[in-house]
Design a binder for this molecule. Sequence first.
Ligand SMILES: Cc1cc2nc3c(=O)[nH]c(=O)nc-3n(C[C@H](O)[C@H](O)[C@H](O)COP(=O)(O)OP(=O)(O)OC[C@H]3O[C@@H](n4cnc5c(N)ncnc54)[C@H](O)[C@@H]3O)c2cc1C
Length: 444
Amino acid sequence: MSAILVNNLPEQRMAFGEAPPSERKRVVIVGGGFAGLAAARALRHADADVLVIDRRNHHIFQPLLYQVATAVLSPAEIAAPIRQLEAKQRNASVVLAEVTGVDIASRTIEAFAPGVGVRKIAFDYLVVATGMRPSYFGHDEFAQFAPGLKSLSDAETIRTKILSAFELAATTEDESERTRQMTFVLVGAGPTGVELAASLAQMAKVTLRGNFRRIDPAKASIILLDAGERVLPAFAERLSRRVTKHLEELGVKVLTGVKVETVDEQGVVAGGSRIPSATVLWTAGVAASPLAKMLGPKTDHAGRALVDPFLKVANAPGVFVVGDAASVMQDGRAVPGVAQAAIQQGRYVGRLIAKELKGRELRRPFRYFDRGNMAVVGKNYAVLERGWLRTSGFLTFLVWAIVHILSLPQLQNRLRVQRQWLWSYFTGQRSSRLIPEPPRMPNG
Ligand SMILES: Cc1cc2nc3c(=O)[nH]c(=O)nc-3n(C[C@H](O)[C@H](O)[C@H](O)COP(=O)(O)OP(=O)(O)OC[C@H]3O[C@@H](n4cnc5c(N)ncnc54)[C@H](O)[C@@H]3O)c2cc1C
């Protein structure tokens, strides 16, 4: 792998086939998620070259990843190519590369691009928006048996695991193996665990009904485990009780106050008992991407960079961290790691940089405007908390559906998801029931 230093001379400023170099300042944004794209868009009229670097070529609408994992939607329906930014925004370039290092002193980042190798890229401003990754709380060995849900390939892995488990349950002659295949354990009862468990329960009861002669998918055992005291701890206690009741009505067994001790090929050991299961899914912890730490700031327990009220990194002029990778305090509380907070932070930093480029100063610190918190629990039921307002039920489900459709990245995503949802809602069917590779039993 070669390493070429791209310094600030205009002819040397081109990076990975970027548009011809210019004398303008360069804003490098690492991450094309909610925060990174919002920052790039806020810089659309700025007199600067904006370079968005992401290791994936697509932006993912993560709130609907669980629907890809449970075969309601296909991956393309919740993703959009980041590269489209080049067509829409004249001062923006997009590079597919993984940023592996940062040198604040020389104002360069190091990035690895497939087929090119490692390059150093100079920046005048750096916005780190690299998000989070699943955390196994020091037990990374669990990852091979219990996939987390963060990317489209994670969602496809989970979908394959779930659908394969039903197929293997239908073919095995061994009764205890059949029970193991039909036991699904989800570790972590936050919004992702709750949404995934409810969707899986609905799939077992409705979508797969009548599809197997040898097994009854409705008899699948779906267990939602959490070491905490209740499901959805970020919501009011009353809503969390209602969600537990609703999950139980759907057939999900909710076990709170239970700590997972081991995850292996045979299942989990939790609260001292073994639960044999062929499908263990990790929906528990998250940790910030390692890049946040490389910038040198203090980090919180989850590795998020502690930033000042302007989302700047201390002792690193022109360097910002936004979105899930940043730990932002407001009124003594941490701003939550949700899409709205990431978008607002990205937009704020984009505007701040645009102002600085004009020789002006943005004096107002970042302030998060909380639009509310929502979670959906299967068909026709969702919960919403916004300030003093707490609602649940069918109307909240409709609000959830409309908000999610409108928030999808492009019109084609909105049209496709709407069509799939209508089909699924009225028929109970799911159109993405694919197992790309033949399923295998543990012993063969
Ligand atoms: C399963 C799931 C469900 C969720 N549901 C909801 C919900 O219902 N409502 C809600 O508000 N929020 C939800 N969230 C949280 C929400 O998605 C995040 O808060 C939001 O995505 C954070 O945006 P971000 O831009 O900081 O990071 P991300 O959107 O994660 O984007 C980070 C980007 O950085 C890129 N990247 C990372 N490291 C590097 C590197 N070294 N080099 C190059 N590129 C890199 C990644 O490829 C990615 O594209 C959910 C999250 C998950 C995982």
